[in-house]
Design a protein around this ligand. Sequence first.
Ligand SMILES: *Cc1c(COP(=O)(O)O)cnc(C)c1O
Length: 377
Amino acid sequence: MGFLDQVPAGAGAVLTIDLAAIAGNWRRLRDHAQRSGRTVECAGVVKADGYGLGAVPVARALLKAGCRTFFVADLEEAAALRAALPTGPDARILVLHGPTPGTERDLAALGLIPVLNSLDDIDRWRFLAAELGRELPAVIHIDTGMNRLGLDDGDARRLAGDTARLSGIALTGWMSHLASADVAGDGLNAEQDARFRAHLARLPAAPVSLAASSGIFREASLLHNMVRPGAALYGVNPTPEAPNPMSPALRLLGRVLQIRDVPAGTTVGYGATYRTAAPARLATIAVGYADGYFRALGSSGHVTIAGVRAPVVGRISMDLLSVDASDVPPAALVPGVFAELIGPDRPLDDVAADAGTIGYEILTGLGRRFYRVYQGA
Ligand SMILES: *Cc1c(COP(=O)(O)O)cnc(C)c1O
């Protein structure tokens, strides 16, 4: 923990992001996607500021590892990434929300590739291409079961019957998105793939993408030409039914501010919801729900101090939480030491389960006042 010497004395919490682990996870996903010996491109999804870990440093690390295609949600995220990555074919930026009305010209000017989610998106994109007098690249999204974004069944058939509608569009690829890839053996995966393939058979050929993190670990038939992992890059387990094949990418440490020895029967925190059953040593840590440490973790989560488990007691406050650190050796428990809230001793997915949510939500909810350390750049 040598790097902790460089943490400002006033920092209440430290978020360490391991870019080497993220790059390693990307390589593992790419290799797994190519397990049948076919070339399958592995993109990187860095929307929501790289799932809370920093889209720019993450994308730069992925670029160095060989990733050439990056997905973000909207124009604003795309423009920020465009400014940070080299332009040209070595770093394609795809925009999942597509050319929302009014953003078309900015998308084209910045050389971004929108995902066209409707016939209306297609029309507005090709009209702009005609006006600019050059082809504009795009991916077209066909909905096969999410019923969220993408051409529905009828519109995909209409497009197949009128492919002149694609004139002026340089077709980068076709995509669809799986609803239940995280559930091993779910029949919906094959059903969606079959619907997708039926549409593709009627449409002009272009590279095809269906699988995100979990889909990479399901039937090899789902892999097509490109996979689009997000969560697994950041260490979320893409196979919830089995041990996590990914490496942890972050560590969240919170500083112990105060230690108090209390007798049995002492209540802790707002609402006095927790009462010690025996004499206890409590530690107060400088992280709260304002930092994305979910209030649902009150009296249900735990942290580790010097590798020893310390259960959260009482409600999580905005900037503070309390743990019962009675089992931590006294020499390891002094004001100023750090507790691990998420990390190798306290996996992200376990924290999420204790909070009644998924790793995705914990990641994207991580607060802004942590002292951030990027390692392995
Ligand atoms: C967010 C998203 C992904 C990445 O999903 P993960 O489960 O995080 O791998 C891929 N494709 C689309 C369309 C998405 O919205």
